[in-house]
Design a protein around this ligand. Sequence first.
Ligand SMILES: [Zn+2]
Length: 239
Amino acid sequence: MKDPRIVALIELQSVINEKNELYRTHEAVPERLEELKSKIQEAEDKLKAAELEIEGMGSTETKVKKEKKQVEERLSEIQTKLNLVKTTREYENRQKEIKAQKDRLIEIEKMTSESETKKPELEKHVEALRKETEDVKSHLAEEIADLEKQQSAFDKQLEEIEVREREKRQDVPSSILERVDKLVLLRQGVAVVPINDGSCGGCGIHVSPQTIQVAKRGLDLIQCDRCSTYLYWDDDLVE
Ligand SMILES: [Zn+2]
């Protein structure tokens, strides 16, 4: 005969074990999901960086074009006024400025041609990255969908178990519940065990014959002297 509180405890423990088992089997799913999603993120980040580089190149090109126009305008302005100079010194200064503007134009030409060589390469690179990102996504899509399905099945199962857990908790007196929570927490699901072969089913310490008699009557709650687990007598087990 079992004390009804023990029966309630056994039932609660079984629900908690079920919950722990669910957590254990599900453990790998969120980790794997995270891993796959970060692979996609990595590919997207690489693509984004390359796209930004092209964008930056475009705005540099615009700036350089604008400067080229200014330099050319300035150059033709100086050249037009060259015949208006009166002294040799003035003439030399103008020539110096013409040279400086021409040098700058050469630099600009160099920058433009460098950028023109680099741009198609970069565009090709971006194209390759775009394809790579798409490949990674389509390659992982099935597994991600499957994991997400598992995840939502887990959520549903957990919810269902938690409803039952709440119900079972209501059947256990709160003073016992407090202890049980500590025990369950510490021993992963063992809060109440049958006496097995004259010993505690949790830690194996010998249980006195008197205690066994009390357990058999099922009238008092007994806790193991060593591990504090609640003990009960199970008629199916042989003494
Ligand atoms: Zn024990």
